[in-house]
Design a protein around this ligand. Structure first.
Ligand code: ATP
Ligand code: ATP
Lengths: 217, 217
C-alpha cells in the first residue's frame, strides 16, 4: 500500500487526494489553510494544517517515508518550488508537481521534480478538440493531428451496425471500443449494433471524428 | 468556420483559446485584465479587454453571433455566473462554463449552461489513476472501475511481441492501439513487436493495467 503526501488541497489537490484515497492509497494531505484540511479529513488517512515548505513539519509527519509526493500549488509559485525542493531533499523518491505555465514547469524540472503537470492547459486542449463534435466528452492527444475521443452515441447512430457506419468511403478512423453500461466491448465486430446510452471510443483526426459523428444524420 | 467567444483568459481560458485558434476557429477572447489580453492577441482573431458580464460590451463585439461561448472563471463565481447568464440571454446557442465545485456547477446548469466542466477535479482523477503505473501519461475514465490508459512503452517491453505479453493468465485487458512516431496502429496483431518510444493505449481495470505494465520485468 503506497503512501502519498499531497501538499496543497486546492481544487486539484483535493480531487487527487480523494481519488487516491478511493483507490486504496494511504494519503496524507497538507494545506496552510484550515478549511481544505477539515474537508479532506473526511476521506484521507491524515489531514494536517501547516506550511508544506517547512522541513521540520514534514519530518514530524514522517513525510520522508512517502512513496510519492504531489505538490499541488499553481498560483503560489514560491510554495510550489520550495515544497518540491524539500520533498526531494528529504528523500521522497517520486515527486509530481503542478505548474501554472511552461517557465514554472522548467524551474520545477530543474530542481528535481520527477514529473510536471499542467492541469488547466491540458483541460483547454481537451475542450478545444472536443468542440467540433458536441457528443465528445473526453479526449486524449495521440499525435499533433490525431487523437482518441470518447463520445456519447449520437441519436442517429442508435440501431445501426458498425458495418453501416464504416460504409463511408475514405474514413480514416477506427472504433476501438464501445462502453455499454459497465461492460467494455473492445475491438467490436462489424455486426455490433449501437444502443442508446452507448459510449464509443474512436481514434482518428479531428476531421475524421467530425465526419464520423455526422454519418446517417 | 465556427465563431467562439472565450470569456476569461486565465490558465484554462488561454489554453482553450489557443487550441481553438490552432484548429481554425474564429476566436474572440475577453478578459478584465490587460495582461492576458495582450498575450492572447498573438493567436486569437480578436482580443478585447473588458467585463464579460457587461451585455453592452458583448453586443458591441457582436458576441450574439457566436456559435459557442466558453466562460472560463473558477475562482470568481459572480463573473462566471453572470457571464453565463448574459451569453444565454443574448442568444449564444451553446455555452460551456467551467466550475470550481459541484455547487457552482449546479448553479450554472440551472441558469442555462449547456455543459459544465471541472478541469481541476478531472485532472486530479486522471492523476490519481495514473499513479499506479509510472509510465501512464494520460487516462480516460470508462466505468467506475475501468478506464483507458495511455502509457509510454516500459523498457522491459521493448522487442517483445503482444503474443508474449498476452501470455499471462487471467489478464482482463486489451491493447487497443500503438502509437509509433506519427503512425497509429489500431487493433494491433499478436505478432506486433513493441519498439522503443512506442506509446500503448490499453483498456482495463487499474489492477489489470498495473499487472500488465510489470509483465517481463
Ligand atoms: N506553503 C504552503 N503549504 C501548504 N499549502 C499551501 C501553501 N501555500 C499555498 N497552499 C495551499 O495550496 C492550495 C493551492 O494553492 P494555489 O492557490 O497556489 O493553487 P491553484 O493552482 O489556484 O489551485 P487549484 O487550481 O487546484 O485550486 C491552496 O489550498 C493553498 O491554501
Ligand atoms: N468579469 C470578468 N470579465 C472578464 N474576465 C474576467 C472577469 N472576472 C475575472 N476575469 C478573468 O477571468 C480569468 C480567470 O478567472 P479566475 O481567476 O476566476 O479563474 P481560475 O479558475 O483561477 O482560472 P485558471 O485556473 O484558468 O487560471 C482571469 O484572467 C480574470 O482576469
Amino acid at each position: 500500500q503506497d503512501r502519498v503526501v499531497v501538499i496543497g488541497l486546492g481544487r486539484f489537490g483535493t480531487s487527487t487526494a480523494r481519488t487516491l484515497a478511493s483507490l486504496g492509497y494511504e494519503v496524507l494531505g497538507i494545506d496552510i489553510d484550515e478549511r481544505p484540511v477539515t474537508e479532506a479529513s473526511d476521506f484521507v488517512t491524515l489531514a494536517a494544517q501547516g506550511d508544506g515548505t517547512d522541513e521540520e513539519l514534514l519530518r514530524s509527519l514522517h513525510v520522508e517515508e512517502s512513496d510519492v509526493g504531489i505538490v499541488a500549488q499553481g498560483e503560489n509559485l514560491a510554495a510550489s518550488v520550495l515544497a518540491t525542493m524539500v520533498l526531494k531533499q528529504i528523500g521522497v523518491p517520486w515527486v509530481i508537481s503542478k505548474a501554472a505555465n511552461k517557465l514554472h514547469g522548467d524551474v520545477l524540472t530543474r530542481i528535481g521534480a520527477d514529473r510536471v503537470i499542467f492541469p488547466e492547459a491540458d483541460a483547454g486542449i481537451r475542450l478545444g478538440h472536443s468542440l467540433a463534435v458536441r457528443t465528445i466528452n473526453d479526449y486524449i492527444t495521440l499525435t499533433p493531428t490525431a487523437g482518441l475521443a470518447k463520445m456519447h452515441a449520437p441519436q442517429h447512430f442508435i440501431g445501426r451496425s458498425l458495418a453501416d457506419l464504416y460504409n463511408t468511403p475514405d474514413l480514416a478512423l477506427s472504433v476501438l471500443l464501445i462502453r455499454r453500461k459497465d461492460q467494455l466491448i473492445t475491438a467490436p465486430s462489424y455486426t455490433e449494433q449501437i444502443e442508446a446510452d452507448d459510449e464509443i471510443v474512436v481514434a482518428g483526426t479531428d476531421a475524421a471524428i467530425n465526419r464520423f459523428s455526422t454519418i446517417g444524420q
